[in-house]
Design a protein around this ligand. Structure first.
Ligand SMILES: C[S@@+](CC[C@H](N)C(=O)[O-])C[C@H]1O[C@@H](n2cnc3c(N)ncnc32)[C@H](O)[C@@H]1O
Length: 235
């Protein structure tokens, strides 16, 4: 049994590993390297920091399905962007979703997600900072993305690609850490997408619980009924 001193030290070490991941400047090689060393202890670390982002994102997906979509939850195709070890997938399955694909930059993280047995398929070495992704336009009913629009990871422009792969009338649900939202042009990207008509006016849950050290904003985007030319383009 850990003493409280040991527990404090473990929590601090976990927070330091989380913070260090924010210093990677969106550099794909550094990110992949960092996560390959972190994959084995990632779940334990974020659990120590009481990471609840995946629960919130999955619950929002379930709420949007219940409120606005006619399809049976179990038959809806969902893309988990930057799926990591599969924490969002676990929550989606708990809520009755079954057709879940994932992708991640890191092979080590993607392999952890595959090992959960939850995902239909998980692709690795997919870089959301280098669109287009190898997915056809409008191919998912919903796209979810948690913990990826974070400092040092994915630039705001990546949102556009998540919208492209989501079908008309589908939803994109994304978390942004507060520090990320403050330091980047994420809100400008949202405004551009709205002004172009690529997404309907977004809903945002501000300052939601995320992990101990920081809150996050949770964004809900709906893709309009009429597809934009960008969406009909095959990747
Ligand atoms: C903080 S983890 C979040 C993982 C998972 N979504 C979760 O909530 O636990 C961030 C993930 O984003 C992935 N990632 C970082 N940069 C990426 C990029 N440019 N394209 C795709 N995935 C990326 C990392 O490999 C890592 O698995």
């Amino acid at each position: 049994m850990n003493t409280s001193h040991e527990q404090q030290a473990s929590e601090q070490a976990a927070q330091e590993r989380i913070k260090a991941s924010h210093q990677l400047d969106g550099d794909a090689v550094r990110l992949a390297h960092y996560y390959s060393g972190w994959a084995n202890s990632y779940n334990l670390d974020v659990d120590r920091d009481r990471y609840c982002g995946p629960v919130v994102v999955a619950e929002l997906a379930a709420t949007m399905q219940a409120a606005y979509m006619d399809e049976n939850r179990a038959a809806m195709a969902i893309l988990d962007a930057g799926c990591g070890t599969g924490l969002v997938g676990r929550q989606l399955v708990r809520l009755g979703f079954q057709l879940i694909d994932g992708f991640d930059l890191s092979e080590a993280m993607a392999e952890k997600a595959r090992q959960t047995g939850i995902y239909r398929q998980v692709q690795s070495k997919v870089d959301l900072n280098q669109p287009p992704l190898g997915f056809s336009g409008a191919s998912y009913d919903m796209t979810v993305c948690c913990g990826v629009f974070t400092l040092g990871h994915v630039r705001p422009r990546g949102l556009r690609e998540l919208v492209r792969v989501t079908r008309p009338n589908g939803f994109v649900i994304v978390s942004t850490r507060k520090s990320y939202a403050e330091a980047t042009s994420f809100e400008n990207e949202v405004l551009c997408l709205q002004n172009e008509g690529t997404v309907a006016p977004a809903q945002c849950l501000n300052d939601g619980k995320y992990l101990d050290e920081e809150d996050a904003h949770y964004w809900i985007f709906r893709v309009p009924k009429t597809p934009t030319p960008q969406q009909t383009r095959r990747s």
